[in-house]
Write a protein that binds this ligand. Structure first.
Ligand SMILES: Cc1cc2nc3c(=O)[nH]c(=O)nc-3n(C[C@H](O)[C@H](O)[C@H](O)COP(=O)(O)OP(=O)(O)OC[C@H]3O[C@@H](n4cnc5c(N)ncnc54)[C@H](O)[C@@H]3O)c2cc1C
Length: 399
């Protein structure tokens, strides 16, 4: 009998999961529902466009496993679909001796994750990036850039070509699970399906709660803002230049990226957004902000990291402070070389004790699965995340 699956969210994770389902259950019918008018309107369309290789993640984590596999699957998909990408490699650069232990830890972890990576002295990394500042760098050749919005559109077309449905302008309202089916209510009507998967990004916890799933934590929105280098300064960066990340946070720090379009982007920072889809300071949703602020996890986070939080707010409001983060990595850059250029909002799972959950996280019942944490590098890992989710349904439907 034909199985019918419903997926909420036409971001890259929802679309990649739909593709994996279609490949594993070739006779199935798949309906993706999306509240926006087009695919990839949120995280999947507002990111750094970096193909991550998996150097940052502990070897036994889902992030390490799914990023390594997702990276390979994504390159294959881009080749099939003739989507341009560039493997420019990445430098992670230590600015002073205090950052060397963390850099060496990343090097060891990269090796454990099966990556080719090397520690370089300045004369070596200046051949790659002549304007890069630093005392030692980790060179990771397997990193690159791609336009994830284009990947999402190609996934959409792949699904449509095989007769599957993507219902845009359709908001998920609630789901109820029965032993053999799931009943779903949307803004456009109801449907009964055999399996239900939620890949709702910034609303992942809300969609889970509306499906009767108790969520142990909350999604908190962290905005990341970008600047672009003016055209006559774009020679300052050839590929990807990253700082050594602070291991307490899942964010990688303001980095410099030559995108697939050839433009050089600087960012993103990380500030608490006043709405889940708050792309600017002026976007405030009082009910969402109130939910974030009254959550115990937010209180613990602010208490523990208020200094970092204040510094992030200052860097967001002051171009000069943002410039300092860029100038730490690049020589010969001046404040007037930076132009503001958009932002993205990260969906970050925050535990009640104030810890930011670093790994991917899924919660399932018999016939439904919720993606509750798919932060960076979930765009790179998306095709492997899709496979991972489908394994769960294979077991359920076989049993
Ligand atoms: C600033 C930034 C930089 C990043 N850089 C990188 C990078 O360089 N490389 C990388 O690999 N990853 C990066 N990421 C992470 C990556 O973009 C995300 O992990 C990935 O896009 C998550 O995809 P998703 O499909 O889960 O979420 P989304 O793309 O946010 O999609 C979720 C979808 O669900 C829809 N939805 C929500 N609620 C409902 C509802 N009730 N009904 C219907 N639809 C609903 C939303 O409209 C949305 O389209 C970055 C993220 C950000 C924000």
């Amino acid at each position: 009998m034909k199985q019918h699956f419903c997926i909420v969210g036409a971001g890259i994770v929802g679309l990649a999961t739909a593709r994996a389902l279609a490949q594993t259950f070739p006779d199935s019918r798949i309906t993706v529902i999306e509240k926006e008018a087009a695919v990839a309107q949120h995280q999947s369309g507002h990111n750094s466009g970096v193909l991550h290789s998996g150097v940052y993640y502990p070897p036994n984590s889902l992030k390490a496993q799914l990023t390594r596999r997702g990276y390979r699957l994504l390159l294959e998909f881009c080749d099939q679909q003739q989507i341009p990408y560039r493997l420019s490699g990445k430098l992670i650069v230590a600015q002073d001796a205090s950052e060397l232990p963390q850099l060496e830890k990343l090097y060891a972890q990269g090796k454990q994750n099966g990556l080719q990576c090397e520690l370089w002295e300045p004369d070596q990394f200046h051949e790659q990036e002549p304007y890069c500042r630093g005392i030692r760098a980790l060179w990771v050749p397997e990193a690159g850039v791609v336009d994830f919005r284009r990947v999402a559109r190609a996934l959409q077309q792949w699904l449509l070509d095989r007769g599957h449905q993507i219902l845009t302008n359709t908001t998920f309202l609630r789901a109820k699970e029965y032993p053999d089916a799931v009943e779903i209510a949307t803004s456009q009507g109801e449907m009964v399906v055999d399996g239900f998967i939620a890949c709702a990004g910034l609303y992942a916890d809300v969609v889970a709660q509306r499906s009767g799933i108790a969520v142990p934590a909350r999604i908190v929105p962290f905005r990341g803002e970008y600047y672009t280098l003016v055209p006559d300064k774009q020679y300052l960066c050839r590929g990807l230049i990253y700082p050594v990340p602070d291991p307490r946070f899942p964010f990688l720090g303001v980095h410099i990226t030559r995108g697939i379009d050839g433009e050089v982007h600087c960012g993103p920072n990380a500030v608490l957004a006043f709405a889940r889809e708050g792309y600017r300071w002026s976007v405030v949703r009082p009910s969402e902000l109130w939910q974030t602020l009254r959550y115990s996890g937010t209180m613990h986070l602010i208490r523990r990291y208020w200094r970092t939080g204040v510094a992030e707010v200052v860097r967001s409001l002051s171009k000069r402070w943002f410039y300092r983060s860029v100038a730490r990595l690049l020589r010969e850059v001046a404040p007037e070389d930076l132009q503001r250029n958009g932002s993205g909002v990260r969906a970050q799972l925050l535990l009640p004790n104030g810890q930011l959950y670093h790994d991917f996280f899924f919660k399932h019942r018999r016939r439904m699965l919720h993606v509750l944490n798919a932060p960076s590098p979930a765009a790179t890992a998306s095709l492997a995340i899709g496979e991972h989710i489908v394994q769960f349904f294979q077991e359920v439907l076989a049993g």
